[in-house]
Write a protein that binds this ligand. Sequence first.
Ligand code: PCA
Length: 324
Amino acid sequence: MKTLKMLAAGAAFAATAALTGTATADSWDMPTPYPDKTFHTVNIAEFAKDVEAATNGALTIKLHTAGSLYKHPEISKAVRGGQVPAGEFFLSLLTNEHAAFGADSQPFLATNYDDAKKLWAAQKPVVTKLLDKQGLMPLFSVPWPPQGLYTKSEIKTVDDLKGLKFRTYNATLEKFANLAGAAPTQVEAPDIAQAFTTGRVEAMITSPSTGANSKAWEFVSYYTDIQAWVPKNIVVVNKRAFRKLDKAVQDAVLAAAEKAEARGWEMSMAETAAKVKILKDNGMTVVTPSAELMDGLKKIGATMLEDWSKAAGSEGEEIMKAYK
Ligand code: PCA
């Protein structure tokens, strides 16, 4: 069925291309920040295959994963500058450009998939407008599983986090760690294992996915299921590069993107339980957080949300109004 549909889409494309007489083959380099095994990367590889099939090879997308072409913090700039036509990055990395990009990384604002979906519906129009000003267009966005706490010993209260060398992945998490009294250090996902084994860090907050993929059991023993936020990756395209494509190819890219977003959310949801099981199977203690710990963390979250609202201005208000 799927094959038939793809053939039909390919045939429709070939017909359009023949009509307009502009069938030329394009090849896009696309940088992504996370390793090949990461479900986001798997989903994007599938997206690339879908585009190639639907356009009969008129557009091929070559992935450069794990920060191999551009380091993670450079990817959005490379797409903006037109060095590459498309790329993936962690959406809230753009918080330094506008706080609205970081709504999904605010602690305890949206902590499950239903709320994350509502938050994305509220955030997407704002993100689309802001990206448009940078010459970018979102193709699709997919969440990580809810973020949990990885430590060497059991954490019963926020006080237990004091002084811990804490791995972070964005400015919001860095602030969270600081407010909890920990000592944050920014480390990209592919470098997590090394940062722990060399003693640069000793604790982190991330998803069961990233924990399992970096074999967290080799350097920490406890996973506390705090479900603190559900942050997203986004795949964007340079608008100039997109406009250069034939209409039929553009349509094929947008259709594949829509499919990739739906598939990515499904993959993310399936990932949560599967990866927590892997943590357990490898000897980690999976802990339900104490009420005291959650109270303390939520207090920090409330302070941060106030600061975020101020920083995000009218765009932040627009998001919060739509979300509530
Ligand atoms: N994994 C990525 C971002 C959020 C997540 O779950 C990381 O740890 O860098």
